[in-house]
Ligand binder design. Structure first.
Ligand code: AP5
Length: 213
């Protein structure tokens, strides 16, 4: 499948992307995970991205497009991909359209994960993430806890709260989403690709996406 997952911070893009990837082997491409790994490794891109991410601001489009242009040409994308957290702005969506045309690829669907704001705030304050940059499994102290010792079930690394999970950064990310990312819903609607799914139960959401494909 070639799918984009849209949705506010905490809507469940990462959770749904991992379930879809388990279903048919399409690769999950999360710009957030890639950037967090770059920050942890101290690469040039990581150093440039860190201050934006910690504040809850978007990283500049030019930096993201540099990463994605390379990433979409890697071999594992040939069997399909699930874009999680990209595109995030209208310019990114326009650049992606050009890039896919150049690579002779087309999108199957763009899914908007529609989740009420109060659910989102609760999910973000209770989320925990594996600290291993190669794993980044997502947990939640209410709905999907890590081991009793606070370790990742998959790789054993400690499970932590992300640096952008302060209340101030969360509120800024939600504002940024409304201003810069929500307009993508209209963009993909006019492209005839959008499917809106009220997403409260991850399994039901995955089934709805599979049916729609
Ligand atoms: P990114 O990592 O993409 O963060 P985000 O969009 O804010 O999304 P989240 O990861 O916070 O949430 P999610 O929707 O994946 O939800 P999750 O599955 O974890 O980006 C981080 C930063 O990087 C940005 O702020 C920006 O600075 C930068 N960046 C990244 N991409 C960029 C781009 N393209 N352009 C510019 N800058 C970019 O779920 C949330 C919680 O809810 C979890 O605990 C989960 O277990 C739980 N949960 C999920 N579904 C359910 C359910 N059905 N029931 C109960 N609990 C659930």
């Amino acid at each position: 499948m070639r799918v984009i997952l849209l949705g506010a911070p905490g809507a469940g893009k990462g959770t749904i992307a991992k379930l879809l990837s388990d279903h048919d082997g399409s690769v999950q491409i999360s710009t957030g995970d890639m950037l967090r790994a770059a920050v942890k490794e101290g690469t040039d891109i990581g150093k440039q991205a860190k201050e934006y991410m910690d504040r809850g601001d978007l990283v500049p489009d030019s930096l993201i497009m540099r990463i994605m242009e390379e990433r979409l040409q890697e071999d594992d994308c040939k069997n399909g991909f699930i874009l999680d957290g990209f595109p995030r702005t209208i310019p990114q969506a326009e650049e992606l359209k050009k890039l896919l045309a150049k690579l002779n690829m087309s999108l199957d669907m763009v899914v908007n994960l529609d989740v009420p704001k109060e659910v989102i705030l609760d999910r973000l304050t209770t989320r925990r993430t594996c600290s291993n940059p190669d794993c980044q499994e997502i947990y939640n102290i209410k709905s999907k806890p890590p081991t009793p010792e606070g370790k990742c079930e998959k790789c054993g690394f400690p499970v932590i709260q992300r640096d952008d999970e302060t209340e101030e950064a969360i509120l800024n990310r939600l504002d940024t989403y409304n201003e810069k990312t929500a307009p993508l819903i209209g963009f993909y609607q006019s492209e005839g690709l959008l499917r809106n799914i009220v997403s409260l139960d991850s399994k039901k959401t995955v089934e709805a996406i599979k049916r729609a494909l």
